[in-house]
Design a protein around this ligand. Structure first.
Ligand SMILES: [Zn+2]
Length: 486
């Protein structure tokens, strides 16, 4: 058995000579007096030997964050994260094209009675053809060069998920692929992969040049689609337009989400919460809290959310009017339906997406009317001090409730059920003009500019509860009645 040891100076020189004076991870050259560190390419813990051909130079920054991964894995992980970085949905086509420069090339082929011959290049390969007893479709098993594969967008519209891809990648580094990916080859020689895309993608990412698959020869696509949907029963309702939610949840919950998705029956927040409680031994409060965080993060990270720019966590080192805790207490907890809702994901009654959109529109108006061009700690002028008072801890919580109540009245939400589903419903665009009116009226109230020589107003607005500010609002005539003009 190998023993752990330090590599010698002679070996270090050898390693530097074969890899060059650059970091193995990102290829950045070392500075003249930069410390060069050394790390196993294949990990020592997996029998990677301590010999110069299994050692590479690495910079200190990368060495500190590498953990138990091997250099090869770590490099692939960073590259994979950067592949997903722009937030756009990524398909197998994108991945193959990133790795190989091309994808979906047309395959030349010839069929005789019992065999098929493929011509991926100059050479050819012949495989036996089988016939399916149920459908009469012909199929063959083969290894096909990666650049001939493309994703079957019709049968398999879901994009790739980083979490699944990474765990499969790690799996395939040292394990065999038990079941092949499944493809169909059209009469024109287009090879479309519709089952096992993560498996195929993980291996392409790991550097394999061919995809191992079962290939149906020009089957009836409509019938195949039905078969594929039935085979993936639990995922059937996860239509394409919710892929954002699905991939987001998969990233956040990882294995828990995948496991839940593989159970049978309808899928909903309530179902997921019950699943976390039962199968994962979480308390109801923990489970619901996790779902809340997923919902919050989708709002904060929504590309159109202008208020996020004023969030302290997003801009360290600059004084910001909002923190996550304040957003949560002022807006999320008072304006969102608390999870879990029982509405089936992606069904007509599932209004989470709508709710998110409504809240983002509302928060944007808060940003535009209260902060844009006004918030400026550097200038610290009257407009900034106005904004600062407006966004004091307790003030935000109190006026958020005030606005919610005014909007509920304006929308004739009188029952508790309607009120509890404040934004969890479809709201006509023109109503938002009224909401903006309420916001500008609240933000224009004289309270925000009133002289405060002994700091009493500031102190009351800063108290982190809604009630203290609310009582000040009442004294100053900042009420729902005033807001609605009744
Ligand atoms: Zn480095």
């Amino acid at each position: 058995m190998a023993t752990r040891r330090q590599i010698t100076e002679t070996e270090k020189a050898l390693v530097l000579k074969s890899h060059g004076r650059k970091c193995f991870i990102d290829g950045a050259p070392f500075g003249d007096d930069e410390v060069v560190e050394y790390h196993h390419i294949k990990p020592f813990s997996e029998d990677g030997p301590t010999t110069p051909d299994n050692i590479a130079p690495v910079c200190r920054k990368h060495h500190l964050t590498i953990g138990t991964m091997s250099l090869q894995e770590y490099r692939d992980k960073l590259a994979l994260e950067s592949f997903f970085k722009d937030g756009e949905p990524k398909t197998l086509d994108d991945l193959i094209s990133t790795k190989k420069g091309t994808f979906g090339k047309t395959m030349k082929f010839e069929v005789n009675d019992s065999h098929i011959t493929l011509y991926p290049g100059d050479a050819s390969c012949t495989y036996p053809l089988h016939r399916c007893h149920a459908t009469g479709w012909r199929y063959f098993y083969a290894h096909v060069p990666v650049e001939f594969i493309s994703n079957d967008a019709e049968l398999q519209p879901r994009p790739l998920r980083l979490a699944s891809l990474w765990s499969l990648y790690r799996h395939f580094v040292s394990n065999t692929q038990i079941a092949p990916s499944v493809c169909r080859m059209t009469g024109q020689g287009k090879i479309l992969l519709f089952d096992g895309q993560h498996k195929a993608a993980a291996q392409v990412w790991a550097g394999r040049n061919s995809v191992e698959g079962k290939f149906y020869l020009d089957p009836d696509a409509r019938k195949l689609k039905e078969t594929n949907l039935t085979a993936h029963g639990p995922l059937r309702q996860m239509s394409f337009y919710t892929h954002e939610l699905m991939s987001k949840y998969a990233d956040i919950f990882g294995e828990d989400w995948t496991d839940y998705m593989s159970t049978s029956g309808q899928k909903s927040e309530a179902g997921f919460s019950a699943f976390l409680a039962k199968a994962k031994k979480k308390t109801k409060a923990q489970a619901n809290n996790e779902i809340s965080l997923a919902i919050y993060s989708q709002i904060i990270e929504h590309p159109k959310n202008k208020l996020s720019a004023y969030l302290a966590e997003k801009h360290r080192g600059r004084k910001q009017p909002l923190t996550f805790a304040r957003l949560k207490k002022a807006f999320f907890q008072t304006m969102l339906v608390p999870p879990p809702v029982a509405d089936e994901f992606a069904s007509d009654s599932d209004m989470r997406g709508m709710e998110r959109l409504n809240l983002v529109k509302f928060l944007n108006m808060v940003a535009e009317e209260g902060l844009d061009g006004k918030w400026s700690p550097e200038r610290n002028d009257a407009a900034h001090r106005h904004a600062e008072r407006l966004f004091s801890a307790g003030a935000v919580r109190a006026w958020a409730i005030l606005l919610r109540d005014a909007i509920n009245q304006h929308l004739h939400h009188y029952t508790d059920d309607q009120r509890s589903r404040f934004f969890y419903c479809s709201i006509a665009d023109n109503e938002f003009n009224y909401f903006r009116g309420f916001i500008t009226k609240v933000f224009g109230h004289k309270l925000w500019d009133e002289p405060d020589p002994n700091g009493e107003i500031a102190a009351r607005l800063a108290k982190d509860d809604a009630a203290t500010s609310r009582s000040l609002f009442d004294e100053k005539g900042l009420t729902v009645q005033w807001l609605l003009g009744i």
